[in-house]
Design a protein around this ligand. Sequence first.
Ligand code: AMP
Length: 216
Amino acid sequence: MSIRAVVLLGAPGAGKGTMAEAVCAAGPWMHLSTGDMLRDAVRAGTEVGRAAARAMERGALVPDDVILGLVNDRLAAGPADAQYLFDGFPRTLEQARMLDAAFGRDGARLERVLLLEVPREVSEMRLSGRRVCGACGATYHLINLPPRAPGVCDRCGGRLEQRPDDSPETVGRRWDVFHRQTAGLIAYYEQRGVLARIDASGARDRTVAAVLDRLP
Ligand code: AMP
């Protein structure tokens, strides 16, 4: 047995993290989010975290070699037959090629790429209203998924915060970065015949059902 992976591809606010959490809650898929790994590294003050913090605050991408180092370490530490949902990785053609090379060496398989499609207005509305628990990481939305008490996490009572890169000007930059640096992956994976497009602009449960339907 070897590692199998599915990539969730999409602009900021497309719902990659939300879909990955919903799908992985029941197993056997394991959620691998490079954004979460980087935020953990920033919080822990590691060398990677210090190197990544400025790029993340600006809504820019973290260098490819840093990302590949993180991902390789995570894959090496997990089970040899794990099934991963990659969320936010790869984000550049270089990362996609490096992933192909690593998978080719190890006999791992990238089985499918699910492209979550949303219009820019939906992405901006989702990100501007997103709030995250500083203690446990649970995610809310001021309108679509409000907490029971304003500013307080239902799950652990922690304080809800806005991600620094969800501010309006940084959201605009992240959208541009997606189109400049990540959207090229759509053609790359389409040519390989592994891409499936999903309309991710509607209700959460409908998109979860569509994602489950297209998993290998
Ligand atoms: P995310 O949580 O996926 O929205 O990622 C938050 C931020 O982390 C991004 O805006 C980038 O600064 C950085 N990041 C996450 N994944 C990657 C990646 N694969 N390549 C480069 N930067 C990344």
